[in-house]
Write a protein that binds this ligand. Structure first.
Ligand SMILES: [Zn+2]
Length: 338
């Protein structure tokens, strides 16, 4: 299920204000070896909530079958309209850009394994990317979404983002070649201590450097993957800063994107993330629109181990993709189709 964390400050989406907004259209033309990572559970909000966790919305209320509405591949080289997200009356830009969250990508994990929930098979990742392509979705870098929300730079209609958490070796060995075959990029959020210590099953710095060289983005996922809520000020600063410092030292670029371990944060954690220099942070709460006023609480949709068939993927993410598709259709009719 997809828990809801009310602390996330998720913005109820609504498009009513959009009718009054001026829209600018800018046409231009291995199976994993168990490791000591202290995170055998998915990055979902796990702490106490004041409201009951919501179930995934039924896909029956998806306006159109988001993954099946279009068929065929996007013609390569064809220019598409890019859209400047229209600010609402408060001047805040928001968009339902689905940000997908993956962990392990590997085959052969038994259904009974604790890793099954956070593992998709290589075939499933292939299927997901193909379904997105056929649905007319365009994979963009998370940085592009942050800039679109904060600065008003244009995005392609039906933009979607891929992220991988924790820094697992299979993300390099198995997921990366699949991403490259599909010509898409992703953000990899590293927990730095396992990388630095050379833990089995973890990426090492050579892998991380290669990810950057191959067009991927590196974000921070703290130093030791502790739940940040309730840490002392010193420990909180250490988790947020030491990881960014180390990534900067190793790859030469300081990460400006953060993923909260388990998706957990509160106002104090968010303020600490801002103080540590992060431009944006992602949660594990799928609900709400990504908004320029809440860059440090961007929603994400967990793609779980059970999302391995086309129907299951639709069930896992279809409601959010359908919602986003409806939004894009409202602001740029016909521009998300091909
Ligand atoms: Zn994690």
């Amino acid at each position: 299920m997809f828990p809801t964390d009310p602390r996330a400050g998720a913005v109820p989406l609504r498009t009513a204000a959009l009718a009054t907004t001026v829209l600018m259209l800018v046409t231009i033309a291995h199976r994993p070896i168990p490791s000591p990572l202290p995170s055998p559970v998915p990055d979902v909000a796990t702490s106490a909530s004041t409201e009951p966790a919501r179930q995934p919305r039924s896909t029956s209320d998806v306006p159109t079958a988001a993954l099946a509405a279009h068929t065929g591949a996007v013609p390569s080289g064809r220019s598409r309209a890019m859209i400047v997200l229209p600010p609402d009356p408060d001047g805040i830009r928001r968009a339902p850009v689905p940000i997908l969250l993956y962990h392990h990508v590997t085959a052969g994990v038994p259904a009974t394994s604790a890793l099954r929930e956070t593992t998709v098979s290589p075939a499933a990742l292939e299927l997901h990317l193909t379904a997105l392509e056929r649905g007319g979705w365009t994979v963009v870098a998370l940085d592009a979404v942050v800039d679109a929300l904060a600065l008003g730079t244009p995005l392609p209609p039906k933009a979607v983002v891929l992220t991988f958490d924790d820094g697992w070796r299979d993300q390099f060995d198995i997921a990366l070649p699949i991403l490259e075959r599909h010509g898409v990029t992703a953000t990899f959020f590293l927990t730095t201590e396992p990388v630095e210590a050379g833990w089995i099953g973890s990426l090492n710095w050579d892998h991380v450097t290669a990810l950057v060289e191959r067009g991927m983005t590196i974000g921070a996922h703290t130093r030791t993957h502790r739940d940040l809520i309730g840490l002392s000020d010193a420990a909180l600063a250490d988790e947020l800063t030491a990881s960014a410092d180390l990534i900067a030292a190793r790859i030469g670029t300081r990460p400006r994107l953060l993923a909260y371990p388990y998706g957990n944060f509160d106002d104090r954690v968010r303020a600490a993330a801002a103080a540590a220099g992060y431009a944006a942070a992602v949660t594990a709460n799928p609900d709400g629109y990504a908004a320029g006023a809440a860059l440090l609480a961007l929603p994400r949709i967990a793609v779980r181990g059970g999302c391995d068939t086309a129907a299951a993927f639709e069930g896992c993410v279809g409601a959010w993709l359908g919602e986003a598709e409806g939004w894009w259709e409202a602001v740029a009719p016909g521009r998300g189709s091909r």
